[in-house]
Design a protein around this ligand. Structure first.
Ligand SMILES: *Cc1c(COP(=O)(O)O)cnc(C)c1O
Length: 259
């Protein structure tokens, strides 16, 4: 077992946060580790954004988190995000969709999300763009890549990224920010690191070949169990749920089928 451990969601590793004070303490602890990982890699810690992920967390605790100063929250499922957006309408918070999207949910995302990190098909780009144009909105997007070569994972194969990026300017309301991935869920940190390094290589290649198609070349990678490795490998956004909100009872296979 590695130093970072396996992201199995045990409650002793991830105590549940209830109060604004709990949230501040957890965010500070995660932020301290992000900063240390960045410095180990010779990076400026300010390049790394922390996106707290509030999926499965009931709205009363989400409200406490917003009260602690969290202003952007990630949700995997559109319906849950729609509901929480409604239930926190009196508060100042932006919603980021980080999970696989069906085209029939594009209208909901176009209506309120500020960012969508799981773009992996042109049909979804088309559906989002149509709804966004109608709403007079635009949306920041990340292209999701399957860096672990697992059939069960969402995201496009790495070799399809260049052609996909070339097709995206046709959808004028989408602003490409960069690439996103989920690493292999394994205690073998060397294999986790390979996934993150592959995403960075794809970003570097896109910057070289088609610099106008990759936005700022952001890299969204790293979760509670592996965000320090991701930062060492160049992440500019880490998506952290359990280490901020507490362990989830729902298994990860609910969000992405496991191989
Ligand atoms: C849930 C989720 C995360 C965060 O996972 P934690 O283990 O809670 O940190 C990151 N990315 C995606 C796409 C997720 O669905």
């Amino acid at each position: 077992m590695s130093k970072l451990g396996f992201a199995g969601g045990r409650s002793d590793r991830y105590p549940t946060a209830f109060s604004a004070e709990d949230f501040r303490a957890n965010v500070t602890a995660v932020r301290t580790r992000i900063d240390a990982a960045a410095e180990r890699a010779g990076r400026d810690p300010r390049e790394v954004r922390l996106l707290p992920v509030s999926k499965t967390v009931p709205t009363d605790r989400v409200r406490a988190a917003i009260g602690a100063g969290l202003r952007r929250l990630g949700e995997n499922k559109v319906q849950e995000a729609v509901r929480k957006n409604r239930e926190t309408a009196d508060l100042d918070v932006d919603w980021v969709i980080i999970g696989h999207l069906q085209t029939n949910k594009a209208r909901d995302v176009a209506a309120f999300a500020t960012e969508f990190q799981a773009l992996d098909r042109l049909r979804v780009a088309e559906a989002l763009d149509r709804r966004l144009q109608a709403a007079g909105r635009s949306l920041d997007v990340y292209v999701q890549v399957n860096t672990s070569a697992e059939d069960s994972k969402f995201g496009m194969p790495p070799q399809e990224v260049p052609a996909f990026l070339k097709a995206l300017p046709a959808y004028a309301s989408l602003r490409v920010r960069g690439l996103m991935t989920l690493a292999l869920l394994t205690p073998d940190t060397a294999r986790v690191r390979e996934c993150f390094a592959l995403l960075r290589a794809l970003r570097d290649e896109a910057r070289q070949e088609t610099p106008d198609l990759i936005g700022d070349g952001e890299l969204s990678m790293g979760m509670s169990g592996d965000y320090e490795i991701a930062v060492e490998e160049g992440a500019t956004c880490v998506r952290v749920g359990q280490a901020i909100f507490g362990a989830r009872a729902v298994p990860d296979s609910h969000y992405w089928p496991e191989g």
